[in-house]
Design a protein around this ligand. Structure first.
Ligand code: ARG
Length: 264
């Protein structure tokens, strides 16, 4: 059974603007956010069969719900994030303490290297695909590769609406991934095309509804609502798919995957 970490949205909101989706003028409906988060939690537990650990929400850390950015877990090692923006740096000690308490080996990167965890580093088979430019530094990739002993393929992100890799790239299995080509430069597209055997390409409408920000485990996928074409593509490959509304979190620039961190 795969384990993930989530954090309830008690203190979630859009209180600053650090990506193009965020606007303090578009207020989050807290009750709606709680329902949407709960629905996602239920789907991940009941349908995907994930075991979910919870982090206690903290006042003043509205983006703590996006646990994918806590860092990167590999075996018993936890590589904590170094957030690019001040606004999120208060989350670092909270995540770190949780992993310390759970008995993980904390393996920090040099503090001057920005690195935003599983938001920017995703594994397909025995390789890591890592995004850089808007959040993580490309130099963080070399460290991660060395620390984990896995090859890393660096992908430049070129559209600031897709500022984390997990907004435009989603591993499906050991040799398959979904991705949205216009979020990458031509070279990055080639790296993905040549490096991954089977690719699923969501259309632009779906990509902008965060289609790639899906949680996938064992041929089952939970995807953001309104991604009908993407859903059919996945179903055509034999995946069982559930759509779920995440409109309140998209106001902060995140959806299903951002709200979860794989712990194994
Ligand atoms: N508001 C958050 C930020 O801009 C959203 C993070 C979404 N997380 C993700 N893994 N894509 O940092």
């Amino acid at each position: 059974m795969r384990r993930v970490l989530m954090c309830p949205p008690d203190h979630f909101g859009v209180e600053y603007e650090i990506n193009p989706w965020m606007s303090r003028g578009r207020r989050v409906d807290r009750a709606k956010a709680e329902r949407q988060w709960r629905d996602l939690y239920d789907l991940l537990g009941d349908k995907l069969g994930l075991s979910i650990s919870l982090l206690r929400p903290r006042k003043g850390l509205p983006d703590l719900v996006f646990t994918a950015n806590a860092g990167l877990v590999h075996g018993d090692a936890f590589l904590p994030s170094n957030f690019r923006y001040m606004e999120r740096r208060g989350e670092e000690p909270v995540f770190r303490q949780w992993f310390e308490k759970e008995g993980y080996r904390i393996r920090p990167l040099p503090p001057d290297l920005f690195f935003e965890g599983e938001g920017d580093v995703l594994r397909v088979g025995d390789r890591l695909f890592a995004g850089y430019r808007f959040r993580s530094d490309i130099r963080s990739h070399e460290w991660i590769s060395k620390m984990l002993g896995l090859p890393v393929l660096s992908l430049e992100l070129v559209d600031d609406r897709f500022y984390h890799l997990d907004t435009c790239f989603c591993p499906l299995s050991d040799d398959a991934a979904a991705y949205y080509p216009p979020a990458f430069d031509l070279y990055g597209r080639r790296v993905i095309d040549e490096g991954i055997r089977r690719k699923v390409l969501p259309p632009t409408d779906d990509a902008l509804r965060f289609a790639c920000n899906a949680v996938v485990a064992d041929r089952k996928a939970v995807i953001p609502a309104g991604c009908g074409t993407f859903r059919k593509l996945l179903e055509g490959l034999g995946y069982e798919v559930w759509e779920t509304e995440l409109s309140e979190f998209i106001k902060a620039g995140g959806a299903a995957k951002c709200l979860t961190l794989f712990l194994d």
